[in-house]
Design a protein around this ligand. Structure first.
Ligand SMILES: *[C@@H]1O[C@H](CO)[C@@H](O)[C@H](O)[C@H]1NC(C)=O
Ligand SMILES: *[C@@H]1O[C@H](CO)[C@@H](O)[C@H](O)[C@H]1NC(C)=O
Ligand SMILES: *[C@@H]1O[C@H](CO)[C@@H](O)[C@H](O)[C@H]1NC(C)=O
Ligand SMILES: *[C@@H]1O[C@H](CO)[C@@H](O)[C@H](O)[C@H]1NC(C)=O
Ligand SMILES: *[C@@H]1O[C@H](CO)[C@@H](O)[C@H](O)[C@H]1NC(C)=O
Ligand SMILES: *[C@@H]1O[C@H](CO)[C@@H](O)[C@H](O)[C@H]1NC(C)=O
Ligand SMILES: *[C@@H]1O[C@H](CO)[C@@H](O)[C@H](O)[C@H]1NC(C)=O
Ligand SMILES: *[C@@H]1O[C@H](CO)[C@@H](O)[C@H](O)[C@H]1NC(C)=O
Ligand SMILES: *[C@@H]1O[C@H](CO)[C@@H](O)[C@H](O)[C@H]1NC(C)=O
Length: 786
């Protein structure tokens, strides 16, 4: 019975439907007749939603069944029978009349036309226009100006600031009743405009503000094959619209009677609508779910986290079992607005509610920070347009409704009191340190120890170095320049400024801070503190007025300053510093880049080991470790490290041996040119040692005034240190003992040569790489072992 009825209806429709897309005054569409767009995409006619008997005039997809109604004319004024007639008046007004000739619905226009027509376009837009004017700008009226529950390709969602006219989506009351329901999707113009879903006047969901690429809360769809989009904001209007990239696509944005926003795509094969995206995917989509100053993270339990520098307002929301997070968070330290406040950058966020914000397209981010800082009610700032990287968006209220994304999202700079920023930066370092030391130390020790590394204010350092002037630059290492600075109190300091944005620099920073923060030995350079500001990473050391050992030892004139007595003291100091690193400090540390340029000299020419950028912690029971990336300096690397990537305290011992020979001879191992063309410094020393004429090694600059026994002892120890096999080399405790003792020393075995001239054959490929990377005296990085 039903099927028959249906078929009859179908038949009836086909017979009765107009095959035209326009009506002119005098013509009408009666219930049962339809208007069809020229390309056959859309149809207009009378329908009854669901099981309702009420009749409405609507527009639906012609090619798609079951009929998906995308627009309704008389939403609130149904006709109870099939007597409805749609006419167009000679003034160009569409009228819908019932059987008693009462006006049920009408269109509206302020313009008049001489020869008006109503036309259903292939976009689904019903327009009233002058018959021969096809310019869409000039239409008298269009259904696209009065969206119902669907946003179609080409429709605008937004507001005209001049006329106050608003285009927004509103849900049906129910599937049976197209009258406007409680839900609406609209662009709220307050503050910086944002796309919101409302229930009555209450915000339920915020797609967020436009960031040049997407609505801040809806990332990920900016690049898609289905549609392109447009967001326009100027003094006259604000609107969003999308357009299908290919007219053969069929998709729509809809707001259903339950308040769910979805984008559907028509799937030709399945002959059904498919959900392309859903706006409100989880609880993080609920407006202000986490309350103020907290972020919501999908799939996290609990989902809410206070921003850094903020704490839960009530104990209730700190409770993991609580389901009510709406109390949000408050500042741990009130922002005092004394000009010393700063900003902490959060990344990967859906930006907070912009209804109390202010924006300017032409202001840079730097300027934005200044403006925010000046106004005590400013809580945060961000880039307005992430595509262009320009513009300024500033918040003046509590920061509400933020979501944390894992891969996308925006940066937000949040205002914090200076003391709070300090605390957070300190904590960040503590986290590194704790991470590294976790296995080794007991909890109480960690806390006590780590809090002691001072954070030094960036402004103080900038002031101390004349804003990092060239004149204050002491040199430039692989990781950035080193400056001299003088604090207001007169204290001299050296500042290593790690190269900005260099991943390597940051690694080095963490490493150095982590490893040497608590090391204290008279033969190690002291780290006074560190400084983090924005992208800046600074390490602040004690200042060494007499530069580094290589500055003296390899220079004909300056080397005269270093008589034997001083050299012996330097050798001894380095040995003690290294002994402390290897055995006496609580952490066992391998330096991995021991060389003359890393031995600094204080004003009494005492040596201090510096540069822990490549250093590694070494477990007590561990005797060697392997690394994929061989780093260090050519000429000082032990054979097993250079060729096998194995490092152990014994690789430092090897470098120490090379250092001692360089101190005794005043010659570099690397680039050595001795009497025998094919010999290295090690080979040369070995040869003289075997020929029992080791004193010929002694630097001429020393003259004759040296202690023969001490020199022999030094050379002997050095040769023991550079032996081929790591297990033959003495450890540093033994080295220190041997250097100052009177006992007879063992006879060394042949050194492990490490120079291109006599590499083992298998290492040829590695050697060619070394030639590429090794600059004289500089640190090699990125050298893969075989
Ligand atoms: C509507 O059109 C019908 C003819 O189709 C006509 O009889 C009727 O008078 C028209 N009504 C108005 C109000 O124009
Ligand atoms: C026609 O509409 C008017 C006004 O809405 C209403 O009073 C009247 O009862 C309707 N007539 C019919 C037959 O539905
Ligand atoms: C038609 O326009 C007038 C003035 O522009 C307005 O007052 C009226 O509410 C409008 N009617 C409809 C149905 O939009
Ligand atoms: C649009 O899509 C149809 C079918 O998928 C395809 O044949 C056509 O080439 C597309 N047109 C454009 C301009 O991409
Ligand atoms: C700070 O910004 C608010 C909001 O725009 C404004 O009302 C207030 O006057 C500003 N205060 C100052 C000192 O500029
Ligand atoms: C900067 O240096 C000057 C003198 O060198 C000193 O008077 C001033 O207090 C310093 N400012 C800061 C912030 O350290
Ligand atoms: C450093 O630069 C700031 C601003 O760029 C300036 O106010 C300050 O006077 C400069 N200080 C020195 C010591 O040059
Ligand atoms: C080392 O530095 C101190 C302090 O600057 C200076 O007095 C001394 O002459 C320097 N020594 C040498 C050898 O340059
Ligand atoms: C150093 O080597 C000596 C001799 O091989 C050994 O007795 C001593 O335990 C070693 N010291 C350390 C700390 O490993």
């Amino acid at each position: 019975m039903e099927i028959v009825l249906c078929l009859c209806m179908f038949f009836f429709l086909i017979i009765e439907s107009f095959t035209q897309d326009i009506i002119i005054p005098g013509q009408s569409i009666k219930d049962g007749e339809t208007l069809r767009s020229a390309g056959g995409s859309f149809e207009l006619g009378f329908f009854s939603p669901g099981s309702s008997k009420n009749r409405y005039v609507g527009i639906w997809y012609k090619k798609i069944s079951p009929g998906t109604v995308v627009w309704v004319a008389n939403r609130e004024t149904p006709i109870s029978d099939r007597s409805g007639v749609l006419n167009i008046t000679s003034q160009g007004i569409l009228t819908l009349l019932n059987s008693s000739n009462s006006l049920v619905w009408s269109s509206n226009t302020s313009k008049t036309a001489e020869s008006p027509v109503a036309q259903l376009l292939d976009s689904g837009n019903l327009v009233v226009k002058e018959r021969n004017d096809n310019n869409l700008e000039n239409v008298l009226w269009e259904s696209f100006d009065y969206p119902c529950d669907n946003l179609l390709s080409g429709m605008k969602l937004g507001r005209n600031f001049v006329t106050g006219f608003e285009r927004y989506i509103s849900s049906w009351k129910s599937t049976e009743d197209p009258a406007p329901g409680q839900y609406s999707l609209r662009i709220e113009p307050r503050g910086y405009p944002q796309l919101v879903l409302k229930k009555g006047s209450e915000i339920l969901f915020r797609a967020g503000s436009w960031n040049g690429l997407y609505f801040s809360g809806k990332p990920g769809l900016e690049q898609n094959p289905v549609y392109s989009y447009d967001f326009v904001l100027n003094n006259i209007e604000v609107y969003y619209k999308y357009e299908h990239r290919n007219s053969s696509f069929v998709s729509r944005y809809s707001l259903n009677p339950l308040g769910v926003i979805q984008r559907f795509m028509w799937n030709e094969r399945k002959n059904d609508w498919e959900i392309f995206s859903t706006a409100q995917a989880d609880q993080c989509a609920i407006y202000a779910f986490c309350g103020a100053y907290a972020t919501c993270t999908t799939n996290k339990s609990p989902p809410c986290t206070c921003l850094e520098g903020f704490v839960p307002r009530s104990t209730k929301s700190g409770d993991l079992n609580s389901v009510d997070w709406s109390d949000g968070c408050v500042r741990r330290t009130p922002s005092v607005c004394d000009g010393k406040d700063g900003f902490l950058k959060h990344t990967g966020l859906k930006l907070p509610d912009t209804s109390h914000s202010w924006a300017d397209k032409s202001i840079s981010l730097q300027e934005c920070e200044k403006i925010c800082l000046r106004n005590c009610s400013c809580t945060a700032y961000a880039n307005l347009d992430i595509l262009k990287g320009t513009g300024c968006l500033i918040w003046f209220n509590d920061l509400i409704d933020m979501t944390e994304f894992t891969e996308v999202g925006q940066d937000l700079h949040i205002r914090l009191a200076a003391s709070e920023l300090d605390r957070i930066q300190r904590l960040t370092i503590v986290v590194f340190v704790l991470y590294v030391r976790k296995k080794k130390l007991r909890k109480e020790d960690e806390k006590k120890e780590e809090m002691e590394l001072p954070m030094i204010d960036f402004a103080t350092i900038a002031n101390a170095t004349n804003n990092f002037s060239e004149n204050n630059m002491l040199g430039r290492g692989g990781f950035g320049p080193v400056y001299k600075g003088i604090l207001v109190e007169g204290q001299e300091i050296a500042i290593k400024r790690l190269s900005k944005n260099s991943g390597q620099g940051l690694e080095e920073f963490k490493n150095e801070v982590t490893l040497i923060a608590k090391l204290q030995h008279r033969n190690l350079v002291k780290l006074f503190g560190c400084c983090i500001k924005g992208e800046e990473r600074l390490l602040i050391y004690e200042y060494m007025p007499n530069k580094s050992l290589d500055y003296f030892i390899f220079d004909k004139t300056r080397s005269r300053v270093l008589d034997w007595h001083r050299r012996m003291r330097i050798v001894d100091g380095i040995a003690r510093g290294l002994l402390y690193l290897h055995h006496d400090s609580r952490l066992r540390i391998i330096h991995r880049d021991l060389k003359t340029s890393n031995i600094l000299l204080d004003n009494s020419m005492n040596p201090k080991i510096s540069d822990f950028g490549l250093a590694r912690k070494f477990c007590g029971d561990q005797t060697e470790d392997k690394t994929k990336r061989v780093v260090g300096t050519y000429g000082y690397m032990s054979p097993e490290y250079a060729f096998g990537g194995c490092f152990s305290p014994k690789s430092d011992v090897f470098s120490f041996g090379v250092l001692v020979l360089e101190i005794v001879t005043g010659k570099r191992n690397r680039g050595f040119s001795g009497p025998d063309q094919d010999q290295t410094l090690l080979g040369h020393a070995w040869k003289l040692w075997m020929e029992e004429r080791p004193l010929e090694l002694v630097d001429n600059a020393i003259g004759d005034s040296y202690n023969v026994a001490e020199v022999l002892r030094c050379i002997n120890v050095a040769l023991l240190c550079v032996q081929q096999r790591p297990e033959d080399r003495p450890n540093m405790s033994l080295v220190v003992l041997m250097l100052c003792g009177e006992s007879t020393l063992p006879h060394p075995k042949q050194p492990g040569f490490f120079l291109e001239r006599n590499l083992p054959p298998a290492a040829d490929s590695a050697s060619s790489k070394q030639e590429l990377y090794s600059l004289d005296g500089s640190t090699i990085t990125a050298l893969e072992p075989r």
